[in-house]
Design a protein around this ligand. Structure first.
Ligand SMILES: [Fe+2]
Length: 271
């Protein structure tokens, strides 16, 4: 039996917000560097790292240069999808190895496939230019259908930025995946071996079911969105402890998702 695969998911670092962000209380570059140091120190080391979007805040080349420098300590492969705060073209130019766009990807879409151990990974690009909500257009859904068909009977993990389901945080639900969610759910259900979908965007850890598969939304490595389920609640950030998601996948048991706090909470206490 092969050893389980470990996948560290880091989301929404928003590099480039500037020193005045959140009243000067959030330094996103420092937050990303702390998260990277946390991942680099994990034992056993993750087999790969996935970044689920909003790598930067404004999508500039200078911001991606900071992202690339911050990721440099990671010894394992790193793959990324863009979020609504990214510029997918600038991101691909700056982080080419992290975004190996498939030769047959629909024009302009940062989607690709990987195989790591016994698991296939499929990256989807949900960005709608200059919009905060996401979409999967028919050409990308057709590409995904072909990719899933080619991997029928084999385990597949999908990752993308915008969650395709509401969470009850209304202001974020209004800018989730607004097009293509039903078709995506049908593809997931029809394949039957999709082990999970990994998303970002929400800046909170959430677990759901989608098309019969587990759907995990990772927290941000920087600032979180306040948990407020009141109808019409305004959107607030909160400086909750930053976390990463650590997924342990095995062919026999599927996906097990842990949340790992970036900051230590005191020493280990023997039991
Ligand atoms: Fe974000």
């Amino acid at each position: 039996m092969p050893s389980p695969l470990l996948i560290a998911q880091l989301s929404d670092p928003h590099i480039g917000t500037g020193p005045a962000f959140l009243g000067g209380r959030m330094d996103t570059e420092a937050a990303l560097r702390r998260a990277v140091a946390h991942v680099a120190a994990l034992q056993p080391a993750p087999d790969l790292v996935l970044l689920t979007g909003d790598l930067t805040d404004r999508g500039t080349a200078a911001e991606y240069a900071v992202v690339a420098d911050a990721l440099a300590p990671l010894g394992m492969p790193v793959y990324a999808v863009p979020g609504n705060h990214d510029d997918p073209t600038v991101a691909r130019n700056a982080l080419r190895r992290c975004m190996p766009v498939a030769p047959d990807a629909p024009a302009g879409a940062c989607c690709y496939t990987l195989r790591v151990g016994g698991l296939h990974l499929i990256a989807l690009d949900t960005v709608v230019p200059r919009q905060s909500h996401g979409a999967l257009q028919p050409d990308q859904l057709a590409w995904l259908a072909r990719a899933l068909d080619a991997r029928r009977g084999e385990p597949v993990l999908l990752f993308m930025h915008h969650p395709p389901l509401p969470t009850g945080i209304e202001a974020m639900d209004a800018c989730s995946l607004m097009e293509g969610a039903d078709a995506l759910a049908a593809l997931v259900r029809g394949h039957g071996q999709v082990q999970g979908l990994l998303c970002g965007h929400l800046h909170r850890a959430v677990q759901m079911q989608f098309g019969g598969a587990p759907l995990h939304v990772a927290p941000s490595v920087a600032h979180q969105i306040a948990l407020d389920l009141r109808p019409g609640a305004p959107l607030h950030a909160r400086l909750e402890p930053p976390k990463i998601s650590l997924h342990r996948w095995s062919p026999l048991h599927g996906l097990c998702t842990h949340l790992s706090y970036v900051e230590p909470f005191g020493p280990m206490i023997p039991l």
